[in-house]
Write a protein that binds this ligand. Structure first.
Ligand code: NAG
Ligand code: NAG
Length: 464
C-alpha cells in the first residue's frame, strides 16, 4: 500500500466527521485552534483530509440547539459546493480518471441517491432564473468535466440536507407541511456544481419537493453582491493582499524548490507550472485516492503535496495577521450580510418572508463572510462547508430575537467579533439580533477605520 492509500484508509477508520464536529474542548481545539495557542506545526495531511470532507459516519452537529422556550423563526444557509473535479490540469500529465456519473455501487453512497437522480430528471426549466435553466441538474460524465461535481459532492450535500431536515423540519417545524414558494429563498452562482449542490441539499431537506414551488435565483457575482458590487476600496485591499501573498511565496525557498522539481518532472517552465495551480489538481488526486501523476522524468509525490499544503496553511495564518484581507472581507461580505439581516428583520417583525434561505456558493464567498464575522480561527472552507445563521424568538419575551451562528455544525456564535463576550454577561446561550444588525449597519465600517459610516462611503474613500 502506498502512503496515500494508507492515509486514506486512516480516514475511513477514524470517524473524522465526529472529530470535526464534536464540541468537547479537545476536538474543538483541533479543528478550530485559538490562533495564539496553536502549536507551530500544523499537519498538512490532516488538514487536507478535513478539506476533502469524505462522508463517513453520521455527523454530530449543534444546529438547532436552544432552550425550550425559544422558537425557531428562520434559517439562512451558506454552502460551498461539494467535492468537484479540478478546475486546472497539471500541464503535460494525464488528468485523474474520475467518474462523475451517479451510481449506487460506488462509495460514498447515500440512500437517497437514486431518488435524487430520478427527481432531477423530472426537473422543470421554469424553476430557474436565466441562465441557470441551461445547466444540467446533476453530474453525468463518465470522465468528469473540469470543475464538475462528483458523486462525493452530491452525497455530501444530500447528507447536509438530511441533517438540516432532521433538525429544522422534524424537530423545530420550521416549515408547515404545505409550505409555499415564498417561504423558501434559493440563490446560486451560475456554475453547474453550485446549482447541483444546492439541489442536492434541497432534496435532502425536502425530499420529492414539488418542482412548481421551487425557484432558484441566479447570482452573477461570487460575492453575492449584485447591485452593490462596485467598490474600489475593496479592490484596493485585494491588490494589497495579493502582493502580500506574492511576497510570502518568494520567501519560501522550499516551496520554490518544490515547484522547480515538479516543473522538471512535467517538463514545463516553473512559471507555467505554478500558474496552473497544481494544488487544485493534487487535492483531487488526494481526496479520491488516485496516485499523483508520473512522467518519464519521475512522479509527483506526497512530498510535493505536503510542501504546497503547508505553505497554504502558512499563508492563511499570515493573512489573518496582516489584516489586509480583513479590509477586503468586510467590504466584500457587507452586501450579503446586509441582505441577510434584512431578511431576519422582516421575519422577526412577523411580516411574510422567507423562513429558509439557501445560498449555494464558493470558497471565495464563504471566506470573506467568515473573516468579516471575525471567525479568524475558521480554516479555508472545505468541500460542502456550511455556514448557518439561525434566528430565534424568546417565547417568554416575544419582542426579543436572537441569533446563533454555526460553521460546519460547530456553534461559533461567541467567536464572532460582534458577540464575543456576550455569554459572559448574559444567561442566554444566544446573541441578540441587534448585535448583528449593529455590526452590519455600523461596526463593520468602524472596524475598517478611515471614518466611513456606510457602505458607499467606505467603498469610495479617497487617498488610501
Ligand atoms: C486506495 O487505493 C488502493 C489501490 O490503489 C487501495 O488498495 C486502497 O484500499 C484505497 N484506499 C482507500 C481508503 O480507499
Ligand atoms: C441594505 O439592505 C437594505 C434593505 O434591507 C437596502 O435598501 C440597501 O440598499 C442595502 N445596502 C447595501 C449596501 O447592500
Amino acid at each position: 500500500m502506498d502512503v496515500l492509500s494508507a492515509l486514506l484508509l486512516l480516514v475511513h477508520l477514524i470517524p473524522v466527521s465526529t472529530a470535526k464536529n464534536e464540541v468537547s474542548s479537545k476536538s474543538r481545539k483541533r479543528i478550530m485552534p485559538e490562533p495564539v495557542t496553536e502549536p507551530p506545526g500544523v499537519d498538512p495531511v490532516y488538514e487536507a483530509l478535513l478539506y476533502c470532507n469524505t462522508p463517513s459516519v453520521a455527523e454530530r452537529s449543534m444546529e438547532g440547539h436552544a432552550p425550550h422556550h425559544f422558537k425557531l423563526v428562520s434559517v439562512h444557509v451558506f454552502i460551498r459546493h461539494g467535492d468537484r473535479y479540478p478546475l486546472y490540469v497539471i500541464p503535460k500529465t494525464k488528468r485523474p480518471e474520475i467518474d462523475c456519473t451517479l451510481v449506487a455501487n460506488r462509495k460514498p453512497y447515500h440512500p437517497k441517491l437514486e431518488a435524487f437522480v430520478s427527481h432531477m430528471s423530472k426537473g422543470s426549466g421554469a424553476s430557474f432564473e436565466s441562465p441557470l435553466h441551461s445547466l444540467p441538474l446533476y453530474p453525468s460524465h463518465q470522465l468528469c468535466e473540469m470543475g464538475e461535481l462528483t458523486q462525493t459532492g452530491v452525497v455530501q450535500h444530500l447528507q447536509n440536507g438530511q441533517l438540516l431536515r432532521d433538525i429544522y423540519l422534524k424537530k423545530h417545524k420550521l416549515l408547515p407541511s404545505d409550505w409555499s414558494m415564498d417561504q423558501l429563498y434559493l440563490e446560486t452562482t451560475g456554475k453547474s456544481r453550485t446549482l447541483q449542490s444546492g439541489l442536492a441539499l434541497l432534496y435532502g431537506f425536502l425530499p420529492d419537493f414539488d418542482w412548481k414551488k421551487i425557484y432558484f435565483r441566479h447570482q452573477p457575482s461570487a460575492l453575492f453582491c449584485s447591485g452593490n458590487c462596485y467598490c474600489p476600496v475593496r479592490n484596493h485591499y485585494l491588490e494589497k493582499e495579493q502582493r502580500r501573498q506574492y511576497l510570502l511565496r518568494l520567501k519560501n525557498n522550499q516551496l520554490e524548490r518544490t515547484y522547480g522539481d515538479m516543473a522538471r518532472i512535467v517538463d514545463v517552465p516553473t512559471k507555467q507550472l505554478r500558474a496552473a495551480n497544481p494544488i487544485d489538481s493534487m487535492l483531487c488526486h488526494f481526496c479520491h485516492n488516485v496516485s499523483f501523476p508520473c512522467t518519464r522524468n519521475g512522479c509527483i509525490g506526497m512530498e510535493h503535496f505536503k510542501v504546497i499544503k503547508t505553505h497554504q496553511i502558512e499563508d492563511e495564518r499570515e493573512r489573518q495577521e496582516k489584516k489586509l484581507y480583513l479590509g477586503y472581507a468586510l467590504l466584500g461580505a457587507h452586501p450579503i450580510l446586509n441582505q441577510t439581516i434584512g431578511r431576519m428583520q422582516r421575519a422577526a417583525e412577523g411580516r411574510r418572508g422567507e423562513l429558509f434561505a439557501l445560498y449555494s456558493a464558493h470558497d471565495v464567498t464563504l471566506s470573506p463572510v467568515l473573516s468579516a464575522l471575525g471567525l479568524t480561527e475558521a480554516r479555508f472552507p472545505r468541500f460542502a462547508a456550511r455556514l448557518i445563521f439561525e434566528l430565534w424568538q424568546d417565547r417568554e419575551k416575544p419582542s426579543e430575537h436572537s441569533v446563533r451562528i454555526l460553521y460546519n455544525g460547530v456553534d461559533v456564535t461567541f467567536h464572532t467579533s460582534f458577540c464575543q463576550d456576550h455569554h459572559k454577561r448574559s444567561l442566554k446561550p444566544m446573541c441578540p439580533l441587534e448585535n448583528l444588525v449593529r455590526f452590519v449597519k455600523k461596526d463593520m465600517f468602524v472596524a475598517l477605520g478611515g471614518g466611513g459610516t456606510n457602505y458607499h462611503d467606505a467603498c469610495h474613500r479617497a487617498g488610501l
